[in-house]
Write a protein that binds this ligand. Structure first.
Ligand SMILES: Cc1cc2nc3c(=O)[nH]c(=O)nc-3n(C[C@H](O)[C@H](O)[C@H](O)COP(=O)(O)OP(=O)(O)OC[C@H]3O[C@@H](n4cnc5c(N)ncnc54)[C@H](O)[C@@H]3O)c2cc1C
Length: 514
């Protein structure tokens, strides 16, 4: 029991092992311009995804990135959950990631695996793929899309007024833009510059994490003692290990060194296994904080800049990418004048609750992972619940991101939920619904006999579908005659084309006035 429990706790930090192809450096298209519609600070997973979304929407964007090359020193996050794979599928690039990782059941809470293999999705699994590979594949994609990334530069500050934002860079340049988005990670300069509060919980546990070579084979897997959880995982090259050790106390300052890691290992394992030649040494804690507002005027936040938390459950990268996909089309429409600025407020109202529940889950996961008997008893009792089908489905829906429902009011059960990737029959033959979202444009899918009329510039597809409609967690739902789907894949309206709410939704979300 205890071994399984430790494995679950450490899995997100150590990540599942997977066989991968050798990394290849992504080439990044660089350009220097002084005037852009949108400037993004940071080309991590969130910034790259947002850059792709805005570029697909035809918005003039520049991404400013501190790192001179796309390579990451360490492997960091261990993979993708089902909804993130779907989101990438909506853009036609999921296969690039799937072909380089390993699909497996990755969702879990404390010792409890949460299987999603019975969920109605084309991707009823997660993907084990290290963040350094995820970023490499993303970098290749954004290069193809010609997203301009200005590398080796820091955003150092900005000023904003009614007309735009002036973004200062570390080389003395200033970029003018209509909007600035901070995708610059947990220590976000953009968030601090915007004066956005970052309330939350201070750290109660602190770990050193590293990727090192070793002289003696370590004890693979997780170990728990009175101090907390520790562990070793073999990396794909067989030469390096990923090691995590819990520190005696929180609040240590300064970057951890190899000497310090060796000391910690010796205290916990009685040996340092001769670890040497570190590729990456870092520290992470269970500090959990969330931006009080995701927007301050012309400045927005996404990803770790907006929320930081313990990696248990493997959520951070996933919800960052999903933030970007929620924000991208909205920002594009505002910049193009299709929609009023107030559309941007729906970014906060939709995405803030999603990260808030992730923070709550990580607080619970830290409590469940403590090495005392009371925490163990609590974890075991939660486990008993999660082995029942209904609680398992609910938690698996949350951890996989497949249960997300944005509050869009009363209506069909699809409203505010992700559109399933059905195979529909069009005049050109069978097509998967997600293929109509590849260009990040909205879609009215008309499956009935009645005509919804002209909905341009929204794309309209007339098709037939006679199969079941089933949603993760919810189960079967009634078949709608038509569905209005946002570029992020969430349903803005569903029903009969004669329903006046269709015109209202077309106007509200996409500025269609006819
Ligand atoms: C040990 C560990 C395990 C994890 N495991 C998982 C997991 O399994 N699943 C998961 O989903 N998440 C996991 N995470 C979290 C995940 O790594 C982060 O949530 C994710 O990297 C956030 O992406 P981001 O693009 O928002 O921010 P970041 O990845 O931090 O990217 C920010 C980018 O901005 C750049 N930057 C910063 N400041 C500036 C500036 N002023 N100017 C210009 N550029 C700047 C940085 O160089 C960086 O490239 C884990 C994290 C850790 C530490």
């Amino acid at each position: 029991m205890t071994g399984a429990r430790n494995q679950a706790i450490g899995r997100a930090a150590l990540g599942p092992s997977t066989a991968l192809r050798a990394p290849r450096a992504g080439l990044i298209h660089a350009a220097v311009m002084s005037e852009r519609a949108v400037v993004i600070a940071g080309a991590g997973p969130t910034g790259m995804m947002l850059g792709a979304e805005l570029t697909l929407a035809g918005v003039d964007v520049a991404v400013v990135e501190r790192r001179p090359t796309p390579e990451l020193d360490g492997s960091r996050a261990g993979g993708l959950h089902a909804r993130t794979i779907e989101v990438l599928d909506q853009r036609g690039v999921a296969g690039r990631f799937l072909s380089q990782g390993k699909t497996m059941q990755v969702a879990g809470f404390a010792l409890n695996p949460l299987d999603v293999s019975d969920f109605p999705t084309r991707h009823p699994y997660g993907l084990a793929l290290w963040q350094k590979h995820i970023e490499r594949i993303m970098a290749e994609w954004v290069t193809e899309l010609k997203v301009p990334i200005l590398r080796g530069l820091d955003v150092t500050g900005f000023t904003q007024d009614d007309r735009g934002v002036a973004v200062s860079l570390s080389d003395g340049q200033t970029l003018r833009a209509q909007y600035l988005v901070g995708c610059d990670g947990g220590r976000s300069v953009v968030r601090k510059g915007a004066g956005i509060d970052f309330p939350g919980w201070d750290a109660t546990v602190s770990h050193v994490i590293a990727e090192v070579e070793y002289a003696q084979e370590p004890a693979w897997g997780m170990k728990q003692d009175a101090r907390g959880n520790h562990g070793f995982a073999k990396l794909e090259d067989g030469r390096h290990a990923r090691v995590m050790v819990t520190e005696e106390r929180v609040g240590q300052t300064g970057e951890p060194t190899l000497e310090y890691l060796r000391e910690l290992l010796t205290k916990v394992f009685g040996t340092d296994y001769g670890v040497h030649s570190p590729v990456w040494i870092s520290r992470f804690t269970d500090m959990a904080r969330q931006a009080a507002s995701y927007r301050a005027g012309r400045v927005l936040l996404a990803g770790d800049a907006a929320h930081v938390h313990y990696p248990a459950g493997g959520q951070g990268l996933n919800i960052g990418v999903q933030d970007a996909v929620n924000l991208g089309w909205k920002l594009a429409q505002v910049v193009k004048g299709t929609s009023p600025e107030s559309l941007l407020d729906t970014y906060h109202s939709e995405r803030h609750p999603i990260a808030a529940r992730v923070l709550r889950m990580t607080l619970a996961a830290v409590a469940a992972g403590r090495p005392d008997d009371r925490s163990k008893a609590l974890t075991e009792m939660v486990g008993e619940l999660l082995r029942m089908n209904e609680p398992r489905k609910r938690w698996a829906g949350m951890m996989s991101g497949l249960d997300v429902r944005y509050e869009l009011g009363e209506g069909h059960p699809l409203l505010g939920r992700r559109m399933p990737d059905l195979e529909v029959l069009t005049a050109e033959g069978p097509r998967r619904v997600y293929t109509f979202l590849h260009r990040a444009t909205p879609l009215l899918l008309n499956l009935g006999e009645a005509s919804p009329g002209d909905v341009s510039p929204v794309q309209r597809v007339d098709a037939k579908y006679g199969g079941a409609w089933e949603l993760p967690v919810i189960g079967a739902v009634p078949a709608p005659a038509a569905v209005l789907i946002r570029p992020d894949g969430y349903v803005a309206w569903a029903g009969e084309p004669s329903d006046p709410k269709l015109r209202e939704a077309l106007r509200t979300w996409f500025g269609v006035t006819g």
